[in-house]
Design a protein. Structure first.
Length: 100
């Protein structure tokens, strides 16, 4: 098996850069439209957080992945604009292993 450390390092750096870009967004900026019809900046960040978390659950081979996707499908449309950066940070911390 090859060493995954460089991939984890790249993911961490990309996540930190994205965090810097969105950390100070106002509510109005979170609500801005993106090139994806019907999606705001908040939707995009929520999607990244969901993808990271889903990938972690899928990779661990647990049934939690199936439960996770069903629950998320039910709440996606009511995702609060003020929450995506916190969800993204938490998902990233649990998905990308930290090296010490």
């Amino acid at each position: 098996m090859s060493d995954p450390t460089p991939v984890f390092d790249d993911l961490r750096e990309e996540s930190e850069e994205l965090d810097r870009l969105v950390a100070e967004l106002s509510a109005e900026q979170w609500a801005l439209a993106t090139p994806v019809p019907g999606w705001s900046v908040a939707h995009q960040i929520a999607h990244l957080a969901w993808t990271d978390h889903s990938a972690l659950l899928a990779a661990t081979g647990t049934d939690a992945f199936h439960v996770h996707t069903e629950v998320d499908r039910a709440v996606l449309d009511s995702f609060p604009i003020s929450l995506p950066v916190a969800v993204f940070r938490a998902a990233n911390r649990s998905t990308v292993p930290c090296r010490t």
